[in-house]
Ligand binder design. Structure first.
Ligand code: XMP
Length: 536
């Protein structure tokens, strides 16, 4: 199968008209997305209750919903006003399926609007942490304190209830902060239970999926891993499988699942493009190579020189990205050709990619490259995507179940083009060495300070600025290293992380003393937007 066919297949999967048959027998709750920023978060929270959850566009047909046989449906929030003509809405029939529904924020207003209640601009908007009085006698609030802190973010509100509903929550300015129709199993909250700031939100979601939807909680990572291994074994038979291994979390977990399923029928090609973090190539080889614990064929291609040559003299970020991406594919293809015809190609697609390609509407800021990009003329029949149902934290959990070392499983995101986009301007072997050494010191000190789990992503980059400094009694004219650290939940927006000044000073001291060619260290305070997380 060639590239275009694969793209078509991936797109089709993204559009969600193809669903994994294997999940049909599993109890599931579905989320209908009305454009809210927390759609994935809701699904993750539900899965944390051990209930499988998928996200669908709000426009999914009633017939499709029926076929999915969900145990419950959750409507997300969204930026629109339910009473305006062009606003996203679903069919009223969704509320008549007999399946419990929980509407959140805009989703609550959709329920009110569809069933004859009135939704209006609120005289007073509520935003942020808000004291809400709820009725603990409601099944939704079972075990929840009557006065509880919830996260609100709304300018519209439900002014009058639809028939058959009663109020189960209010604030001084929001008469319907929550409502229910127990007979029809319809529930709604004006606040966001999925957000951490809603102190008892997880309890409310758990009440919904267990008490109201009657789920039993059959989504467990160990059984998922076992089941996936069995299914892959069945699907692949005695076929040959090829995997592009980057050493990142997704490709590592995918490779181990495949190795457990089909052993030496799997070949992993690891392209070391010379733009990896310090010692990373050897670390990957130690785990997946012949000395490691896994049964697979491991091929490491040391292509550093080739990449540096292609990048020589190139300074434009997008051009650099394209060169690295294309060269990666060329190297991978060359190796794959040596192996000959393979039956399956492994892809580390994860569930957010599936959602994004189905619901996405984003502009291209950077042409992202994922190691594992699809080769043009590698001959294979089909793609295997063992992780396509999992969120990132679930992939890590699966990795732990599989016994993959923690430093690989909890690895922070690392871009496909690697250090190539953390060196501003031209990439040279000398600059790669500088940024590798500086980054290793930074990572070590962040870990020593116990911050490595609380900061979402942190790294050193090499600016193309050289400046005058003094060392000993001599003049220097060296590079400035930039340190970056961000906290984020979705990597779409990010805040600069508050690294204690003492830690930054220690890192600065070590870098200027231990890394040749650096006489200045700066800390990047930018958030995203307007910055991006990477520099290029
Ligand atoms: P930006 O720089 O766009 O990064 O704010 C957001 C997140 O994406 C990662 N990133 C990439 N990941 N291939 C990847 O697999 C890429 O080409 C790429 N570029 C950026 C970045 O590290 C951050 O986590």
């Amino acid at each position: 199968m060639a590239l275009k066919a694969v793209q078509r297949q991936t797109e089709a999967v993204g559009k969600m008209d193809i669903r994994e048959e294997k999940t049909m027998s599993q109890e599931k709750v579905i989320v209908l997305d009305f454009g809210g920023q927390y759609n994935q978060l809701i699904a993750r929270r539900v899965r944390e209750c051990h209930v499988y959850c998928e996200v669908y566009p709000h426009s999914v047909s009633v017939e499709e919903i029926r076929q999915l046989q969900p145990k419950g449906i959750i409507f997300t929030g969204g930026p629109n006003s339910a009473y305006l003509e062009d606003s996203p809405i679903c069919s009223k029939e969704v509320l008549e399926l007999g399946v419990p529904v929980l509407g959140i924020c805009y989703g609550a207003q959709v329920i009110a609007h569809l069933l004859g209640g009135s939704v209006k601009t609120a005289p007073t908007s509520e935003y942020g942490k808000t004291d809400v009085h709820v009725d603990p006698a409601s099944m939704l609030f079972d075990g929840v304190h009557a006065d509880t802190v919830c996260w609100m973010s709304h300018t519209d509100y439900i002014e009058t209830l639809p028939q058959g509903f009663s109020i189960i929550g209010h604030t001084p300015v929001c008469p319907v902060a929550a409502m229910e129709n127990t007979q029809q199993k319809l529930y709604a909250t004006q606040f966001h239970p999925e957000v951490m700031h809603t102190v008892e939100g997880q309890r409310m979601l758990s009440n919904f999926v267990y008490n109201i939807c009657g789920c039993t909680g059959d989504w467990k990572m160990d059984s998922f891993v076992d089941k996936t291994i069995r299914e892959i074994r069945e699907k692949v038979g005695d076929g040959k499988v090829l995997c592009a291994l980057s050493g990142g979390v997704d490709s590592s977990v995918a490779a181990v699942i495949l190795s457990k399923a089909v052993g030496r029928q799997l070949t992993c090609v690891f392209v070391d493009h010379g733009l990896l973090r310090k010692n990373e190539g050897d670390e990957v080889e130690a785990v997946f190579g012949p000395q490691g614990p896994y049964d697979l064929n491991f091929i490491r291609v040391n292509a550093q020189e080739r990449f540096y040559q292609k990048l020589s003299g190139v300074t434009e970020p997008e051009t650099k990205r394209k060169i690295i991406g294309e060269e990666f594919i060329r190297v991978f293809e060359e190796e794959a050709k040596k192996i000959g015809v393979v039956d399956y190609l492994v892809q580390g697609t994860i569930y957010p990619d599936v959602i994004e390609s189905g619901l996405g509407k984003s502009a291209t800021i950077k042409s992202h490259h994922n190691v594992g990009g699809l080769p043009d003329f590698v001959d294979f029949k089909e793609i295997v995507e063992p992780l396509r149902l999992l969120f990132k934290d679930e992939v890590r959990q699966a990795g732990r179940e599989l016994g993959i070392p923690e430093y690989l499983v909890s690895r922070q995101p690392f871009p496909g083009p690697g250090l190539g986009i953390r060196i501003i301007g031209e990439v040279t072997a000398e600059k790669v060495k500088i940024v590798q050494d500086a980054d290793a010191i930074y990572r070590e000190e962040i870990a020593n300070a116990g911050l490595d789990q609380s900061v979402s992503q942190y790294f050193a980059a090499l600016t193309n600025m050289r400046s005058v400094g003094v060392m000993g009694d001599g003049r220097t004219y060296d590079y400035a290293v930039a340190l970056r650290a961000v906290t984020t939940t979705d990597f779409m927006t990010a805040e600069c992380a508050e690294i204690p000044f003492g830690v930054l000073q220690r890192v600065m001291n070590r870098i200027v003393n231990e890394v040749k060619g650096v006489n200045r260290v700066v800390y990047d305070l930018s958030s995203k937007p307007p910055g991006t997380i990477e520099f290029e």
